[in-house]
Design a binder for this molecule. Structure first.
Ligand SMILES: [Zn+2]
Ligand SMILES: [Zn+2]
Length: 227
């Protein structure tokens, strides 16, 4: 008999205090997903080039240590309450955002040169190091975004579903992904308050670590959901 159970993951989640704009602490955010029956979450706070809740002129090492602190707390709480917690990163470039999966704290601590690179070079370096790079909500229109910027040759995929986007913005993202043969990806962009939708991915196989996840997405084996 086939095992028909699927596994459900949030791929795009912000927590407080690391993301300045998040409204829930790590425990509260994890409990929210645990109650909904999710198998795991990826904590993707705003990186040191974005809305991190720390003076961005602080030393690089201190910024990286703070950046990973919510994730580290999340791993402990996740073990306690029974939900898998993985790490991602959300980078920003003038309102254009990228999700990066598969690089850990040690990697970032030893690659401070990323601060001196332009976005396209950074994204290339991440991918050369095996990371999965996704452009988040590529067609979002908002007061903080001056204009839409696309990086079709620098990413593996795009969010075709983002919980903060309109139907139109999500549909444009899906058309864009298909025209450029980019991977489909889905995440809520949860900040602790209700979004239009909950978005994420479902897999046939349980995800045990972030490399597993990167392989599943790159081989197109995940299902994107929005509800
Ligand atoms: Zn935010
Ligand atoms: Zn986000």
């Amino acid at each position: 008999m086939h095992n028909l159970r699927t596994y459900r993951y949030e791929t795009h989640l912000h927590t407080y205090p690391v993301s300045k704009c998040a409204h829930k602490g790590v425990r509260e955010a994890l409990l929210f997903y645990k109650v909904l029956g999710y198998d795991g979450v990826f904590i993707t706070n705003h990186f040191i080039d974005g809305n991190i809740n720390m003076d961005r002129s602080s030393p690089y090492e201190a910024l990286i240590n703070f950046y990973f602190s919510d994730y580290e707390e999340g791993v402990k709480i996740g073990e306690e309450i029974g939900i898998s917690v993985f790490c991602g990163v959300e980078l920003s470039y003038k309102g254009t955002d990228f999700l990066v999966y598969g690089l850990d704290k040690e990697w970032f601590l030893s690659h401070s040169e990323i601060c001196d690179m332009k976005k396209s070079q950074q994204l290339q370096l991440f991918r050369d190091n095996g990371a999965l790079v996704i452009q988040a909500h590529p067609f979002r229109e908002a007061s903080y975004i001056d204009h839409i910027r696309l990086f079709p040759r620098c990413v593996d995929g795009v969010e075709i579903y983002n919980g903060g986007c309109t139907e139109f913005e999500n549909e444009m993202a899906e058309r864009y992904a298909d025209q450029y043969s980019l991977l489909h990806f889905s995440g809520t962009d949860f900040h602790g308050v209700k979004k239009k939708y909950l978005c994420g991915i479902e897999t046939q196989k349980i995800i045990t670590d972030v490399n597993d996840f990167v392989d599943i997405i790159k081989s197109n084996k995940a299902i994107c959901f929005k509800e």
